[in-house]
Design a protein around this ligand. Structure first.
Ligand SMILES: Cc1cc2nc3c(=O)[nH]c(=O)nc-3n(C[C@H](O)[C@H](O)[C@H](O)COP(=O)(O)OP(=O)(O)OC[C@H]3O[C@@H](n4cnc5c(N)ncnc54)[C@H](O)[C@@H]3O)c2cc1C
Length: 282
């Protein structure tokens, strides 16, 4: 502390790690410092010679290669909002519609995921009826989701968690899990859906059940709402967005902004954090 008045006393804040999380946190602290007129001294510690963590872009000839994340999801507004605040919106691109979609390897063949199927919820019926990925019973079982009641949580709270596998099997049946949801979700989380907490990974599906009872009903409702929103506001993004110059655009810009008003100490590995007598950390 360098001032006795609490509102103007400089708060010293350390951020450990210069991946996208640490950089965004440091940047947001500086934003809040302006908003609340609270002076801060931000120091970010990064063990490597450069920031970005798992996010990195290599420029090789005609190609840009993202070595980690190559896009981010837009239906959670935080990512897009951060891009707006950083002035990066004009550098955003969405996926090329010619190559949009996912394929599932089924009995040795690559089969497109039915149109309108998003992670676990179908919003269009005809493509679901036509897909060779599911048996007739699998399709009927998926369709029955529309009529299933909400889950009644054991403790009366809607915060009850369950595994992703349990949720999908309960709502859409085992076949939908193994032939559609598991291949898609595995590509994102690379982990066993029996061990994935739905609340931690895809909470919006729990919310859809809570708010609409049926996920199919909720997906159709959301589709209608998205359509009327895009009619009303014009520019919309696809489900995923990336940067023309690769994902490192984001971490590089964040690092520049943080360095302008704070300090980034590269090659500084934090090994321990010790609380001092006054409650500060050393
Ligand atoms: C191949 C791959 C593809 C991916 N694709 C996507 C995608 O398309 N979309 C998406 O949203 N996500 C994707 N992800 C996930 C996403 O990249 C990560 O979730 C995200 O980059 C993690 O950021 P982070 O800042 O939390 O952690 P990290 O990137 O791990 O950053 C942590 C930083 O802290 C530093 N550090 C660690 N310990 C210390 C210490 N003791 N002292 C100082 N510094 C320290 C590290 O050096 C590092 O720079 C992908 C991940 C991988 C690996």
């Amino acid at each position: 502390m360098t001032d006795s008045n609490p509102s103007t006393a400089v708060k010293r804040i350390a951020v450990i790690g210069g991946g996208v999380s640490g950089l965004s946190a440091a940047h947001h602290i500086l934003e809040l410092s302006d908003e609340q007129q609270q002076p801060v001294e931000v120091t970010l510690f990064e063990s490597q010679p450069e920031s970005g963590g798992w996010i990195g872009t290599i420029d090789q000839g005609d190609y840009l290669i993202d070595t980690g994340a190559d896009m981010f999801i837009t239906n959670k507004p935080a990512g897009i909002n951060l891009c707006k605040r950083l002035g990066l919106v004009d550098q955003l691109i969405s996926t090329d519609t010619r190559y949009r979609g996912a394929l599932v390897l089924s009995r040795g063949l690559t089969v497109p995921v039915p149109l309108g199927f998003e992670l676990m919820t179908p919003s269009r019926m005809l493509p679901m009826l036509r897909t060779p990925l599911l048996s007739l019973w699998g399709k009927i079982r998926m369709g029955l989701e529309y009529f299933l009641p909400r889950r009644h949580s054991s403790n009366g709270l809607d915060q009850d968690d369950e595994s992703l596998a349990h949720f999908v099997t309960r709502r859409f049946g085992k076949e939908a899990l193994t032939r559609l949801v598991q291949p898609l979700v595995a590509g994102i989380y690379t982990s066993d859906p029996e061990k994935l907490s739905l609340r931690a990974t895809l909470p919006r599906f729990l919310d859809m059940e809570r708010d609409h009872r049926s996920l199919i009903k909720a997906a159709r409702h959301q589709k209608k709402a998205a359509r009327s929103q895009s009619d009303a506001t014009g520019a919309r993004y696809g489900l995923f967005a990336a940067f023309k110059g690769g994902m490192q655009t984001l971490t590089r810009t964040l690092a520049e902004r943080v360095s302008e008003r704070g300090t980034i100490l590269y090659e500084h590995c934090v090994t321990h954090v010790v609380p001092s007598a006054g409650g500060d950390m050393r």
